[in-house]
Design a protein around this ligand. Structure first.
Ligand code: HEM
Length: 538
């Protein structure tokens, strides 16, 4: 496997091969023909019409006309950085065979993209929103993507609700307002009818949702994943990034002023810090749960609206990420990078979390739309630093020129490679989890507690933090025109903590009433067949 050896600088060297050296060169057409004049189009006479034969004009204009690609459907605004990851020691060997997490001598090159979720590509940085924290590790076993957020839980439990969530939180379809803000009726209408959003809403309304800097922000894999060790033993794992500078937030007044004065606040801060050599550093840590302990918690490990409290399962540090180089070209790197939670390497696997399962479909699907091609894994920022042989050589914008007559398997005609690898030779082999059950549109009973962890979060706050959260409710829900929506939200807050509901209601012109402890609507429309099965009547 020596040909697969990669180090911290492998990606830089690979990117160098693609980088244009613009020093001391003549300007040319796309075809490499040198040009002497780019200020006037070719005309029939000084005051005559432009000629169709002007290939220089046509080429420059056509390229410009096609320069934009669709922005990401979520997380459109982002900032990227190159860096590397290095484990502190080999303590993870017991839990995973992923080499980049277990060999302290390996420095794995990586690319990180931080993002906001709701706003469009040109929106302001310091809005109240979730932040994306996506990392692509270019490992010697292929690319591994940890596509996380800065909040450890998510709004919904099942991915089938993601289009509804995003439709509700994005600007309204009729007038496309408001941009990059949750302060509108449609979002709170949806949220108030989906009590499973309550825990995440508490985080979004807290100071966590307005980070002071990307360098001072935590990251979370959110879902429960799996670690598999060399003996094939599986364990559950949750991923955490912890900034070595500590976690810091802006207060709302600062955030609003910065939105006006410098909408690029977070992007500029990251760029300038790296430019000055003040490299952002993050510790990767994990919570590990034995398979035998899967049902020992009062929540379901497959439910992405729940954390595993650190008092129950402490964090184990693995190693450190350092971001030490700004991208050279925003479009080629930060815009074209394509993350996918299904980009896994041996030693890491997924679980049946129904939110994660849907993500495994969604990312590649949307990227084919974004790039108008299935070949986006070939662009320099996405390309692994290890060789790729997959029998695929066609499709829009193919970059490599594959040799030979054989692009199928099995074959007896190929000279040399490709051949299949065994597990010992580094092949990815899925963990053999036993799965059986009835086909149902339903969720596990244990998913139905939507409030206990929201209460834990509220109780963990200091009084200034609580005050900020209540003020955020007044600001965001104060913009909601439909009184019934405000009431439903206060009813949900009442189930988190009566004092929270009381303080929220006071600024919203409504009263907390006992009957507000209402039924949950929306997500648990009854499926008769699944009810029967859960009652054992199948
Ligand atoms: C980006 C879908 C939940 C983190 C995206 C994109 C889609 C998507 C379509 C745009 C990707 C692109 O154009 O390249 C979904 C679906 C979800 C879901 C269907 C739930 C069912 C989550 C969760 C997290 C997350 C739970 C965090 C753990 C991210 C991040 C990005 C992203 C960080 C931006 C990646 C980048 O910087 O390019 N998601 N997402 N998403 N998602 Fe999700």
């Amino acid at each position: 496997m020596s040909s697969r050896k990669v180090d911290e600088n492998s990606k830089n060297r690979q990117l160098d091969e693609f980088r244009e050296d613009s020093k001391d060169q003549f300007m040319t057409t796309d075809q490499g023909v040198r040009v002497n004049h780019v200020d006037d189009s070719l005309k029939a006479g000084f005051r005559g019409p432009t000629l169709m034969e002007d290939f220089l004009f046509r080429e420059r204009m056509t390229h410009f006309d096609h320069e934009s690609i669709p922005e990401r459907v979520v997380h459109a605004r982002g900032s990227g950085a190159h860096g590397f990851f290095q484990p502190y020691n080999d303590s993870m060997k017991e839990f995973t065979k992923a080499k980049f997490l277990t060999d302290p001598n390996v420095k794995t090159p990586l690319f990180v993209r931080f993002s906001t979720v709701v706003g469009s590509r040109g929106s302001a940085d310091t809005v109240r929103d979730v932040r994306g924290f996506a990392t692509k590790f270019y490992t010697e076993e292929g690319n591994y993507d940890l596509v996380g957020n800065n909040i450890p839980v998510f709004f919904i439990q099942d991915s089938i609700k993601f289009p509804d969530l995003v439709h509700a939180i994005k600007p309204r379809p009729d007038h496309e307002m408001p941009q990059a803000s949750a302060a509108h009726d449609t979002f709170w209408d949806f949220a108030s009818l989906m009590p499973e959003t309550t825990h995440m809403l508490m985080w979004v309304l807290s100071d966590r949702a307005i980070p002071r800097s990307f360098r001072m922000m935590e990251g979370f894999g959110v879902h429960t994943f799996r670690f598999i060790n060399a003996a094939g033993k599986a364990r559950f794992v949750k991923f955490h990034w912890r900034p070595l500078l500590g976690t810091h937030s802006l207060v709302w007044d600062e955030a609003q002023k910065l939105n006006g004065k410098d909408p690029d606040w977070l992007r500029r801060d990251l760029w300038e810090a790296i430019d000055m050599g003040d490299y952002p550093e993050f510790e990767l840590a994990v919570q590990i749960v034995e398979e035998e302990d899967e049902f020992k918690f009062n929540f379901d490990l497959l439910d992405a609206t729940k954390i595993i409290p650190e008092e129950l399962v402490p964090l184990r540090p693995i190693g450190k990420m350092t971001l030490n180089r700004n991208p050279d070209n925003f479009f080629a790197e930060t815009e074209q990078v394509a993350f996918h939670p299904g980009n896994l390497v041996p030693g890491i696997d997924v679980t049946n979390d129904p939110l994660l399962q849907g993500r495994l479909f969604s990312y590649v699907d949307t990227q084919i739309n974004r790039f108008n091609s299935a070949n986006f894994a070939e662009v320099p920022i996405n390309r692994p630093v290890v060789p790729v042989h997959n029998g695929q050589g066609a499709g829009f914008m193919r970059q490599t020129i594959n040799k030979g007559k054989v692009n199928y398997w099995p074959n007896s005609l190929a000279e040399g490679h490709p051949k299949l690898a065994s597990e010992e030779e580094g092949a990815y082999v899925h963990h053999q989890e036993k799965v059986e059950g009835h086909k149902v549109r339903a969720r596990s009973e244990s998913f139905k507690d939507h409030f206990s962890q929201a209460t834990l979060f509220w109780n963990s706050m200091t009084e200034p933090e609580k005050k900020h959260l209540v003020e955020a409710i007044h600001f965001e829900l104060g913009k909601v025109e439909t009184i019934a929506i405000r009431e439903r939200m206060v009813a949900n807050f009442n189930k988190v903590a009566p004092d929270l509901a009381q303080r929220a209601a006071e600024g919203l012109g409504i009263e907390v009433k006992p009957e507000m402890a209402t039924e949950t609507t929306g997500n648990f429309a009854k499926d008769k067949a699944s009810e029967k099965i859960s009652e054992g009547k199948s």
